[in-house]
Design a protein around this ligand. Sequence first.
Ligand SMILES: C[S@@+](CC[C@H](N)C(=O)[O-])C[C@H]1O[C@@H](n2cnc3c(N)ncnc32)[C@H](O)[C@@H]1O
Length: 322
Amino acid sequence: MSIPEQYSFSRYLEAKKSVDDRAINLRVWNTLQRALPMAAAQSPLRVLEVGCGTGASLQRLFDWGLLQFADYTALDISRQNIAEAGDQISAWALQSGCRLRTTPDKSELWIVRDEPSELRLHLRLEAIDLSDFIAREQNAHRQGAAGWDFLFAHAFLDLIDLPNLLPSLLQLLRPNGLFYFTINFDGATLFEPTIDPELDELVQRLYHRTMDERLVNGHPSGDSRAGRKLFALLKGAGAPILAAGASDWVVFAGPNGYPGDEAYFLHFIIHTIHQALAGRPELDIRKFEDWVAQRHEQIERQELVYIAHQLDFVGKVGAIET
Ligand SMILES: C[S@@+](CC[C@H](N)C(=O)[O-])C[C@H]1O[C@@H](n2cnc3c(N)ncnc32)[C@H](O)[C@@H]1O
């Protein structure tokens, strides 16, 4: 591919899917699979996904056989992502041999399949900020609404004010409800081959600082070490971890080049760093622009290797049976 002139976040999320497929920690996944309660068509699992983007991770939960019967709510702050999630999940359902019914705006979907394996999914998609959703749910709980069975966040918790939001987010689960938090960034962005060791290191450090300094509506929103901090934050919130492990992104070109649309994924990552650091006084503009151009060229030559360190967690709120 040639270096993109324009960037699309939804294409990035789609391109990220195959990178995530390789990264998901299978020991954590298997622990979750064993811990999930049985569900049936008449008693579906009540699932809440926060920061769902365009719905790629929901598809994985069904394609890999984790979920079969679910009453699923997925939220994202972006209206555009939610609209695209309606389209993408509709297309996925039809390709997967399911029958599909939707509201005209695709904010609610009913997806049904009998063969080769039964699937019943009632999905509600909502464009809402997580804090607003939590406040509304807390109100509903006070009126007696039941908690969720399963809480899922993928490539999301490193973007929010975790110390403030995590306890109230976990309180939305019913007692013994399960959480599954995947692809939580944890402080390492590595590119090979080296361009200039000092500049490479400075770019990484400053890029991580932009994550730590990110403000949304005046509130801190993001942490470049969210992964490791989750150990203490989950413990403090009374949410024991059943399993945790690395889910690093490792992107490289094999004999047939980069898989799928992963060259685009890499260009998007370099573009994101470029945008995040443009104008930083610590960087020599000319040297940084040259660094960005060289990284894009390395992708074109299928030379660039990218590794990002991340962690996955599964756990249960309340007491764990021994
Ligand atoms: C890196 S993307 C991951 C999307 C999706 N989970 C995936 O991996 O394909 C993070 C998503 O979180 C959403 N987001 C960021 N802040 C949010 C907030 N405060 N409330 C709800 N969604 C938010 C963004 O719009 C974006 O779609």
